[in-house]
Design a protein around this ligand. Structure first.
Ligand code: C5P
Length: 247
């Protein structure tokens, strides 16, 4: 465990899992949204570009739908991540896909960073801050405070208005000590818990999850409107120099 393969001063290996095995039904496309082309490259390729700017990573696991395994290999040939890459098949729900990713991590991995394949605009700084917070507590997520008033709605009726001061919208990256995440997934498997993010399963263990402030531009590209915004954002950031032109 004491090796430092990337020469970063971090003694413990950090691997990233990128779940990208969704079907994209909300996008109304004939193919999953993570494979939709944006400025000539699939959305997933844009997301994976951040790997070039994360010097603490020892490796990455990309999780794709089973029919896309070969396709993902050729996409990765284009991205050329600067660290070892493993590709594996996803499952029915996001949680199943992340669990499949966990299964192919090497034994040397100590920290797991999970980042949605459809969030191409998370900054390297956001990854670093989330990892730092996780190193303190064992588990950390990034999230943005809600700006709208949040209502709990059932059957078209408001059940409750939540106190906005305490409502934060979770994003990825989320970072966990590997043994904590493994325990959370084992327990969820035994007890049948389903969750839409990984932190929720860790919360079930009663472990405190630290929150770092996320980024409003770290949008999960989900709808056709998001895709149009992403296209414009890519153009704007290339123009103002905040993203290398090669991206
Ligand atoms: O569906 P959702 O918005 O939660 O998707 C978040 C991320 O999880 C996406 O990158 C999607 O491709 C991935 N996912 C997955 N396997 C699934 C469903 C979603 O890897 N079965």
């Amino acid at each position: 465990m004491g090796n430092d393969p990337r020469g970063t001063g971090a003694a413990e290996e950090v691997w990233m899992i990128v779940p990208a095995a969704g079907s994209g039904v909300r996008m109304g496309l004939s193919h999953p949204k993570q494979f939709h082309h944006l400025e000539g490259r699939p959305l997933l390729a844009w997301t994976l570009e951040v790997l070039h700017r994360l010097d603490f990573l020892s490796g990455v696991v990309v999780v794709v739908p089973p029919p896309f395994l070969e396709w993902a290999e050729s996409l990765l040939d284009g991205v050329k991540p600067p660290c070892p890459v493993r590709v594996t098949a996803g499952g029915r729900e996001r949680q199943d896909s992340v669990r499949n990713g966990l299964e192919v991590l090497p034994p040397t991995c100590r920290w797991v960073c999970i980042h949605d394949g459809v969030r191409p605009f998370a900054s390297p700084d956001l990854f670093r801050r989330t990892l730092e917070a996780a190193r303190e507590t064992g588990a950390a997520v990034c999230a943005c405070p809600a700006v709208d008033t949040v209502k709990l709605v059932r059957n078209g009726r408001v059940e409750k208005t939540l106190d906005r001061r305490h409502v934060w919208l979770a994003q990825t990256p989320q970072v966990f000590r590997r043994d904590i995440l493994r325990t959370a997934y084992e327990r969820a498997g035994k007890e049948g818990h389903r969750a839409t993010d990984d932190a929720a399963l860790v919360e079930e263990l009663g472990i405190a999850v630290a929150v770092v402030e996320g980024e409003r531009t770290n949008v999960k590209i989900t709808t056709p409107e998001d895709l149009r915004w992403a296209w414009k954002h890519l153009k704007d950031t290339a123009r103002d120099g905040s993203r290398p032109r090669s991206l």
